[in-house]
Design a protein around this ligand. Structure first.
Ligand code: ADP
Length: 391
């Protein structure tokens, strides 16, 4: 495959990530087709073509593949085994399915990262009838990680759904029972000082580009804000960039990945999670970088020349606009107020309805003042955006 051949990219998924990829595709002269269930899904409104189907509908993906030169992903809710049959028939997936295989299940992902020698929290698989947990009654208090402990669904978690911080054995038992005793990942609770993230892309040539490392701020396990640039000790920065390189090289990724990390008070870096796709922590790049994460991903999977991940401004703060009520309001007035902030870029996903916690849009405010008080400015702007949005 060469750049000249790629006219159309297919995306399994039609949420805001695919919608933002559609804007980047237009810029590169590439068409985008998406597979998504509903006509009001964000990407269905902006893609060149939409196949309306569930994400795990492999017959629909076969149709998508007939329209496209390469297929990519916007989330992890895929049926890998079914897609392998398409790959065997010659469908080009980027990243390749072999790259996704060790990543999709959070327990497998932890094992993969540990085996690569990357720093991860201590973890175990927690399931019925294993030597570690021979039965549900005795095991909760005897699990070896102590408390608090973090219980995670092995698949299909997102925005903190499927992640629980558990303080004591009785809560572990009751929550595990509430989930129906599935096999889960249990891991050590990391009392982190900050959460960081880094976006990196690997090209077919083997070249790797790394975006500026960001700080992400979560509330109730949901990302609320992203700040960039941030002050980091040079060895911490080097360590994080080395983690990104090791991971992308070992998997021979073609495309863009996000890596979420914990930074402890002692300056220790620990990998939390890998997302094999564009990510919320990289949305700032649309307005604040020369090449956005969406364009970079397309450049990598279509074998276009490499882009420039550097900031085009002194810094930026990205604030997620989360739903705070059940409503069909399009919040035009609030969006207008946000847009009036100097340097603000408002991105609205056009979802049919608002629900508490749902990501409805985001705003990125660019900072051009390269002074020491950049961080204070970014925090003040985040507060201002949140005051306008949440009232
Ligand atoms: P999701 O896949 O839904 O984003 P994550 O595994 O990234 O879920 O967890 C969401 C948030 O929960 C993290 O950003 C962090 O704030 C908190 N968290 C997750 N794992 C741990 C851990 N081992 N120790 C402390 N906090 C954690």
């Amino acid at each position: 495959m060469s750049a000249k051949q790629v006219k159309r990219v297919g995306v399994i998924g039609g949420g805001q990530l695919a919608a933002m990829m559609a804007s980047a595709a237009k810029k590169l002269g590439i068409e985008l087709a998406v597979q998504t269930p509903n006509a009001r899904d964000p990407a269905a409104l902006v893609a060149n073509q939409t196949i309306f189907a569930a994400l795990d509908d492999v017959a629909a993906t076969a149709k998508l593949a007939n329209l496209c030169d390469v297929i990519t992903f916007e989330n992890e809710f895929i049926n890998l085994d079914a897609l392998i049959t398409l790959a065997q028939k010659g469908v080009c997936f980027r990243p390749k399915l072999e790259v996704l295989a060790p990543i999709l299940d959070k327990y497998h992902q932890r094992c993969y990262l540990r085996d690569l020698g990357l720093p991860v929290p201590k973890f175990i698989v927690w399931e019925k009838n294993t030597p570690e947990s021979p039965n549900t009654k005795i095991s909760a208090s005897k699990q070896p990680l102590g408390f608090p402990v973090v219980m995670k669904a092995r698949r299909h978690g997102y925005d903190g759904q499927g992640t629980l911080i558990i303080k004591q054995a009785s809560d572990l038992e009751s929550n595990w029972q509430r989930w129906g005793y599935p096999s889960v990942l249990l891991e050590e609770f990391i009392p982190f000082e900050r959460e960081l993230a880094v976006i990196a892309a690997r090209f077919n040539s083997g070249e790797i580009v790394i975006y500026p490392i960001v700080e992400t701020q979560q509330e109730n396990q949901v990302c609320r804000r992203v700040l960039v640039p941030i002050f980091l000790e040079p060895q911490v920065k080097g360590e994080i960039e080395a983690i990104a390189r090791t991971l992308l090289e070992s998997l021979k990724v073609v495309g863009l990945f996000a890596i979420e990390l914990f930074l402890t008070r002692e300056g220790k870096v620990i990998v939390n999670e890998i997302a094999p796709r564009t990510h919320n922590s990289g949305h700032f790049s649309i307005d604040a970088c020369f090449t956005s994460q969406f364009e970079m991903h397309l450049r990598a999977i279509c074998e276009y020349p490499i882009g420039n991940p550097a900031l085009n401004c002194a810094g930026a703060v990205m604030v997620n606009l989360l739903g705070f009520e059940y409503s069909q309001d399009d919040y035009q007035k609030k969006r207008q107020q946000l847009a009036e902030i100097p340097g603000a870029h408002v991105h609205w996903y056009g979802k049919a309805e608002s629900r508490p916690g749902r990501k409805l849009g985001h705003v990125t405010v660019l900072l051009f003042d390269n002074e020491e008080n950049l961080r204070a400015q970014a925090e003040a702007l985040a507060l201002r955006c949140e005051e306008i949005w949440y009232g």
